[in-house]
Structure formats: structure tokens, C-alpha cells
Design a protein around this ligand. Sequence first.
Ligand code: NAP
Length: 336
Amino acid sequence: MFETVPNGLLRGHGNVTLYLSEGESSKKKYYDVLIIGSGPAGYTAGVYTSRAKLSTLIISGTLPGGQLMTTSEVENYPGFPSGIFGPELMMNMRQQSERFGATIIDDEVIKVNFKKKQFTITTHSETYVAESVIVCTGASPRKLGIPSEQKFSGRGVSYCATCDGPFFKGEDIIVVGGGDTALEEATFLTKFGKSVKVVHRRDSLRASKILQEKALENPKIEFVWNNVVSDIQGDKKIATVIVKNIASSKEMPLNAGGLFVAIGHEPNTSIFKGQLDLDDKGYVLLKDYTRTSVEGVFAAGDVHDHRYRQAVTAAGFGCMAAIDVERWLSERHIKK
Ligand code: NAP
């Protein structure tokens, strides 16, 4: 039932607790697949791997359920014609992965060692050993970093126009940023808003020419150049955004029923530096399909995908990674 693995541990197949012999007090556990992260990618991967009878551990991270736990209604996830609340969708996904036997631990991974097999993954309270890993740690929207931002988050401040745009019908909307996302979101938001203002910290845009042309030609979009958001004001929800001119430091109030922050995302990959190949922005680089630079380590969702960033695409990537893991494990076991 148990076999000795190179690091001297006893290993069993399934969720078996392993006790170290000398000097070490902590328990170690072995899994066929360890999934780091619990957004749509992580839970979907967990549904597939556990259903494929691979012992599966999902370590959820600091925000179990991921970014969707902070959104309200999700109207564009297929299968829910009347929409579904983000937290409810994530609870459903969590239960679905548990139904097939995945173990979920609400803890945060603080260290990984992908340099040698089996891989070790350390949380605040435990070290786990895994034959394969799926990295699903996602990305976090970059924040403005002003004190009032947190206060109005979910009360007019949003980080995803595709997700929340339709809730801002007839409002004066402000978008912050000068990249592709900001202009794409501003253009999208003109379908709903009474007005859309793009506040950008420079007087030229980073966005691609085609998106620039589209936004600059749109009569509903106005640009507020060389300004940053210095404060957000309102009672129960946002009413006014204060912008500050970079050169003169002069402040100006803008009416706002909604503020979309589109100043980029930061992939949650700090623990993988030096372990996996990352691109210059820190996203996990894939070799082919969902394989990373380390054989046996796969990635799914926003942690590698900065293009689509949708719950449904992340879930799709989770499914793909799980299938890739299953094949990789079975190829190796056949070869053995
Ligand atoms: P991005 O290209 O990094 O642009 C971020 C924008 O936010 C920049 O204009 C930046 O200003 C501004 N910014 C950054 N930090 C700020 C701060 N603290 N305060 C105020 N402004 C700040 O991010 P993105 O637009 O999300 O795009 C990410 C990637 O996805 C890009 O490679 C993009 O091409 C791609 N993308 C492609 C499409 C498409 O092809 N349809 C759509 C969306 C995204 P500066 O310009 O002054 O640095």
C-alpha cells in the first residue's frame, strides 16, 4: 500500500497522512493532483480530476472562490438564464468538486518546490506532496490605492465592465486607465451609461491604435487627460469622483454613478518566481496547451490568461488542465 519515495517519505495513494520518522513533527500528505487556487479554474479542475478518480487536494487561498466572491450578479455564465450571484456560483462549484471526492483546504500556499519530484507545497500549517500540480492562483485587479476605494468597492467601484456594466444603466460612468482594457471597457460601457469619461494619467494612450480610434471617435466618450483619481465620495453609493491634475495638482469633482478601474491586473505568482517560467509581467508562461516550464506542473485561468479573464474561460482552462494532468499521469504510470 505504501512505497518509499526519493525524499524518504512513505507514500500512499489517496488522501493518506504520512508521518515523518526523525526530527520532523509536521504531517505530510500525498495527492495525485494538488490544485492551488479556488476560482472557476481551480474548482473545475477539481471536478474533473476527482471524477477521474485521482486523489485531489484543492488549497483555496486567502479568498476561497476567488474574484467572483466579490461580485454581485453574474449574468453571462452559461446555464443560469436568470443570472446567479457570484458567491452562489462559487459555492456550487465547490460542492460539485467535493461531490466527486476532492479535498478542499482553506489555507494559503506560502512556498512550493517544483525543482524535484514529487513536488512539495507548503501552506501556513502543512506541507503536502503531490505527483502533479495545477496552478490556478488567478490575478488580482490593480488597485488605485486610495483610502475611499475599498469603501465603495461593490457600491459603484468595479474592476470588470463585462461583469458589472449592465448594472449602470443611465449613470455617469468614469473609467480609469489608458490601456486596451480601459478603452474596450469604456466603449462597452457607452451601451449603458448616460456618459463615459476616461481618466488617464498621461496625455497619450497605451492602447492599440484600433481601440484608440474607436474610443476617440465615440461621441459618448470624453477623455480627462493628465489626471488621476484622488478621492471617491458619496453616501451609500458613489456620487462624485475627485480627479487631480498631475501637473497643477488642481482637483476637480466629476459626477459619477460608477467608477471602473482598468489599470491592469497583477497575476498572483510571487510564490512561483524561480520555480516556473513567467513572462515579463509575471504571468505563467505555457509551453503547450496547459503545460508550464516544469513537467508535471500545469496552469489554468487568469494566472496565465490576461486576454479573456472570464469565469467561463477560466473554467474551460481548468477542465483542459485536468485532462492534461490525467493524460500525463497515465502516460507516466504506463511507462513505469
Ligand atoms: P495595461 O496595458 O498595463 O494598461 C494599464 C493602464 O493603466 C495604462 O494606461 C497605465 O498608464 C494605467 N495605470 C497603471 N497603473 C496606474 C495607476 N496606479 N493609476 C492610474 N493609471 C494607471 O493593462 P490592460 O489595459 O489591462 O491590458 C493588459 C494586457 O491585455 C495588454 O497586453 C493588452 O494589450 C491586453 N488586452 C488586449 C485586448 C484586446 O486586444 N482586445 C483587450 C484588453 C487587454 P500608463 O499608460 O501611463 O502606464
